[in-house]
Design a protein around this ligand. Sequence first.
Ligand SMILES: [Mg+2]
Length: 230
Amino acid sequence: MKERTIRALLFDFDGTLTKAGLIDFAGIRSAIGCPPGASILAHLERIADPKERERAERRLGDFELAAAERAEEQPGAAELVRFARSRALKLGVITRNSRESVDRSFSRLKGLAASDFDVIVTRDDAPAPKPSPEGVLHACAVLGVPPAEVMVVGDYRYDIEAGRSAGAVTVLLGGAQEPGRSPVEVEADHRIGALSELIGIIEGIPPPGASTRPSPARRSPSRRDARRSY
Ligand SMILES: [Mg+2]
């Protein structure tokens, strides 16, 4: 079987590149009348009265910007980005958050900058938000990388669903239940407790351009081989 290589990492933003728990999802839901567990963006879409929808969008924006003001990077995020760069991997962000909020968060982060990423897709951009695969496919097109050679990394089921639908390798970070969000019950290709664990996973995958013919050392099955195959 031909082994996959990985040419790009596409990250969710909130709770993945930044620390979890900053956005008050329960507060947002209560402010805009969105039932627990339902998609906040889908709820906004369903508000028929334009003025009421605009008011709800403003409230959502207020919560997001308040969280952005307190943004801190996820432990290991800066190291992972540096490692990925050293492997010549492309990097992207795909978020259901707004461009303004992401920009404001980046301005607060010390080890990460928007310029570290080759593509940033927010809900203000054309592709439909996650769990639609559109954002992942758009980012792949921008980066010139096939979805099968991309890892989608996120802390919520929408991230994993979007990545899987696009045909990418999926990585679930944490997956613990957050107040106001439903538990993450989704099967990802990899489950990690910290971003630093991704470095070891990527090191076990052949780099782009490496020969995919088995070397003598890898002819017999081993744990390392199993890890390299998806
Ligand atoms: Mg998230």
